[in-house]
Design a protein around this ligand. Sequence first.
Ligand code: B12
Length: 451
Amino acid sequence: MASAGHRPVKFLLINPTSPLWQVKLNQRPVNSSVFRFSMLTSLYVAASMPAYVETRILDEDVEPVDFDTDAELIGISFMTYNAPRAYELGDRFRALGKTVIFGGYHPSLLPEEALQHADAICIGEAEATLPALMEDYVKGTLQPVYKSCLVDLATLPRPDRSLLQSRKYITLNAMQATRGCYNHCSFCSVAAFNRYQLRTRPVADVIDEMKTLGSYILFMDDNITLNREYALELFEAMIPLRKNWFSQSSISIAFDTELLEMAVRSGCQGLFLGFESLSQASLQSWKKEVNRRKGYFEVAHKLHFYGIQIFGAFVFGSDEDTPDVFADTLDFLLDANIETLQATRLTPFPGTPLYRTLDAQGRIFDTNWSHYDFFHVVYQPLKMSPETLDRGTAWVQQQFYSYPNMAKRLFRSAGYLNPNILLKTTLPLNLGYRKKLSAYGTFNKGLLFVP
Ligand code: B12
């Protein structure tokens, strides 16, 4: 609906993807549906637009790009791995006479590069840049760069999930209670993007939004328990809603029984935990202080005791890692019965301290951004070859997601997880990872590694 004083503007907001996941005409999405969720980024961008803007969201993971669109303004939102596709789309739409604006992690952290393919870029959050950008756009005085302050989360607009084709996603019940993180882990672009600050939303707003969503909720927070007092207040307020929820947290929750019990009472069913490495030296070199000197088996036992499944994240390739790291980590993962694994090759995202260090040491040999997807080695590791790092990581993934290991894991998990949650989340996620990994050729690559 057009508001007084402004002509209506049609805006096409694109979530680009890599050639591997792009949907072609009349084709079904390639990626497993378990990795199609949230879209909170696009939803918040759409919600930040003034009322006279009519936004259509196009997600290249589920539908092909429409170059015949009648939209006059094209927005492209991207991280690093899809920057090359974003640039290709930006160039093409500009050649068609459209105005192109960019936002997201990559253009925020590398604005000069991004600006070569767009008319304007937004550094930071859409909520604080788009209103001014649109004022200028309708007046014909668009500027090349709009920079946001950190938004006060009490002022966040409410995402309109009806802008998405819900049947194409495993769930759209994703939301945020907090943004950012104040820890200084060297590889993390989330903390860098959020200027190493944590912000929280008023608990009443979070509860209001939760009430509008289904019974399974994904919190896209970077660490929902980072502010302990806030988390306690939020979890307590969530209890009467009787929802099931999943989020990211640091492993510290396992050592805080009061917080853990409150999380369980509020419906916590699974946590994505950044273990990152078994090695104290690696954790120290990455400044991942929050994990240091904490027993990982104890973390797993404690969470499992409370019926919480674990999505464990491990990163391979620190300067301390030798080829033994792969077998040692796999032993832990299987013994501790971690339900789902995200194993990644260390990736120096632009804008992070890690990028600056490796770049200064001349060790980054690949700046094809499409390889910054955790499935490629883009820098020279210190104590092994790039091939060993690549194949060793693939080997861990292949072993972890082998059918026998999956069966053993699920059987053990059945002893402490709610069977409904196991069937609806643990099993599909394990199968989804197998599908995704096989699309990347991980299973064949893993066979080339000799532990
Ligand atoms: C959910 C999520 C996913 C989901 C869904 C993504 C989606 N399309 O919705 C899935 C699972 C698909 C995913 C996949 C990947 N992801 Co991911 N993901 C996230 C996560 C956890 C939350 C995203 C989110 O909802 N944020 C909340 C919104 C509100 O914040 P935002 O994205 O920053 O958006 C704001 C601003 O950036 C800005 N903005 C953004 N776009 C635009 C556009 C315009 C025009 C404007 C004006 C403003 C603007 O305004 C927004 C509102 O304030 C983030 C971490 C994070 N904290 O963001 C990682 C993150 C974005 N992912 C990351 C990565 C690396 C990936 C993968 C490449 C690798 C992987 N994890 O397997 C894959 C690639 C995709 C694929 N096909 O395989 C990295 C990106 C790092 C980087 N610098 O590139 C992040 C930061 C996590 C990390 N490990 O560091 N991801």
